[in-house]
Design a protein around this ligand. Structure first.
Ligand code: BGC
Length: 476
């Protein structure tokens, strides 16, 4: 069994995900009574129809979701209890005139990028150097010192491999987790998401922790001038060259978005600066007003952060493969698909990843590549259908969330809205963008033409350097 699971994991997948709960899942599904009662004759079709129903999000339901989304935004902004944290970022959008060379660290889902960019003004950005590093499971689940020393080590390697002289630099730090900021360069981590569980960091100022690590590693000459969320980096990168950009969205391992809010609508912000807008990190992954089905529940019960990040668990790349796997296991248990001897492929939690689904959806037979060639046409059709239902729901929810934010900013959709968007799910899943666009049209009709999705590859790192520029210019 183990070897087959590994083979499947090795097809374009570097991370196995949380290895909790092992095979207890089947028991859980049986406990939910969802493995009983199907007449084997035509039950596959009935099963698929049922799955289709419970994974659908109609335009009408989506409009209801938008009302609830607006309500949560309102509560979050005024500091009342809400599943949308609506976190002030202490920064506004750049103008495109900022200039200079800046460093950035982009701590994303499973990797770290260290980069230097040169801003030429007039919206022009010139890449200078870039190094990428993979974060091992050991670092993701180790101690805070280990984690921040690892980041400092990445910066050290970056200087070396790009022949950059060590000298004072302003650095923007993209930290893609929920943080309550008290200034542009300080912020307390609320809680880890996306499988991270580094000890001793929740509740602490991540800028101070990184700064300590830089000093420990003899790089105290680096000044961390801005701490930003990856969505804020994405909107900054998008709007540096495009004044119509008014939203930053990430659809990758995790999901989230930000937008510029008028200062007087942020009831919980008591600062007295002269800004008239501030970017708000929505943390929409936490939105909890969506209807969930039995597979969402099954995933939830066994997750590392039960009860949290509910929208993220229905939408983002970390979870889609797992939802599909739960459905497949259910079908195997009912004898509806897949010969039992290859059941082992699907037994390990998170062994089926969103990347697998994406490859499968683009016509690559991931099972054959894993040495399994006795899947029937029917099995393949079922798995394709499941992948399709799970990814379509994800794209439709993401579109609904974007439509909610756009209509919050512009109720009658009078203006153009360019949405800077990044993340592997959006970028790589076949047809994902098209599904989002047709959902905009279903929900909003012709005015949906005002919404344009603008792929902003690696925007989160570039955006951190832009915000670092913005902050250092303010101090002159
Ligand atoms: C985090 C957000 C982040 C998003 C995308 C979520 O898990 O809570 O802060 O923006 O992932 O990376």
């Amino acid at each position: 069994m183990g070897s087959r699971v590994c083979v499947l994991q090795n097809i374009g997948c570097s991370k196995s995900g949380p290895s909790l709960f092992e095979n207890s899942l089947i028991g859980f599904l049986i406990g939910l009574n969802i493995t009983k009662g199907w007449d084997m004759a035509d039950s596959t079709e009935r099963f698929l129809k049922d799955i289709k129903d419970i994974f659908s999000l109609t335009a009408e339901n989506a409009r209801g979701v938008m009302v609830r989304f607006h309500r949560e935004m309102e509560l979050g902004l005024s500091g009342e209890k809400s599943s949308l944290k609506m976190l002030p970022s202490f920064v506004h959008r750049p103008k495109g005139t900022e200039k200079g060379t800046f460093l950035a660290i982009d701590l994303g889902g499973t990797n770290i990028r260290v980069l230097a960019i040169r801003l030429l003004g007039d919206g022009v950005i010139e890449p200078v150097a870039l190094s990428r590093f993979t974060i091992s499971d050991e670092v993701m689940t180790g101690t805070g010192d280990m984690f921040f020393d690892f980041i400092a080590g990445c910066i050290e390697v970056f200087f070396r491999e790009n022949n950059i002289t060590k000298q004072p630099f302003n650095l923007g730090f993209t930290f893609s987790f929920p943080v309550v900021q008290s200034s542009v360069n300080s912020g307390l981590l609320i809680s880890w998401t996306k499988g991270f569980s580094v000890s001793g960091v929740e509740g602490k100022d991540v800028v101070a922790l990184l700064n300590d690590a830089l000093i420990r590693n003899r790089m105290g000459f680096i000044h961390i001038s801005a701490l930003i969320n990856d969505t804020v980096g994405t909107i900054a990168a998008g709007s540096y060259s495009n004044p119509l950009c008014d939203m930053g969205v990430i659809l990758g391992t995790g999901t989230n978005a930000c937008y510029p809010e008028k200062i007087d609508k942020i009831g919980k912000y008591s600062g007295s600066d002269a800004l008239d807008e501030m970017i708000i990190n929505i943390e929409w992954g936490g939105f909890d007003k969506l209807e969930r089905n039995r597979y969402d529940e099954a995933l939830e019960v066994n997750s590392q952060n039960p009860g949290e990040q509910r929208l993220e668990k229905m939408v983002s790349g970390m979870y889609l493969g797992e939802i599909a796997r739960l459905i497949i296991i259910d079908m195997i248990e009912k004898g509806l698909i897949i010969s039992r001897e290859i059941k082992s492929l699907f037994m390990l939690p998170y062994s089926l990843t969103t990347k697998h689904l994406s490859l499968f959806a683009s016509g690559i037979d991931i099972f054959k590549a894993a040495g399994v060639d006795n899947l029937s046409d029917k099995d393949i059709r079922c798995i394709r259908e499941i992948a399709n239902l799970v990814s379509t729901r994800s794209a439709r929810i993401a579109a609904t969330a974007i439509a909610s934010v756009v209509t919050w900013m512009d109720h009658g959709l009078q203006y153009s809205h360019h949405i800077a968007i990044d993340g592997s799910l959006f970028e790589k899943y076949p047809g994902y963008k098209d599904i989002m666009e047709s959902m905009f049209h279903e929900i909003l009709g012709d005015p949906s033409e005002k919404i344009r999705l603008v792929p902003t590859h690696d925007g989160s790192g570039t955006g951190a350097a832009i915000i670092a520029a913005l902050e250092s210019l303010k101090k002159r």
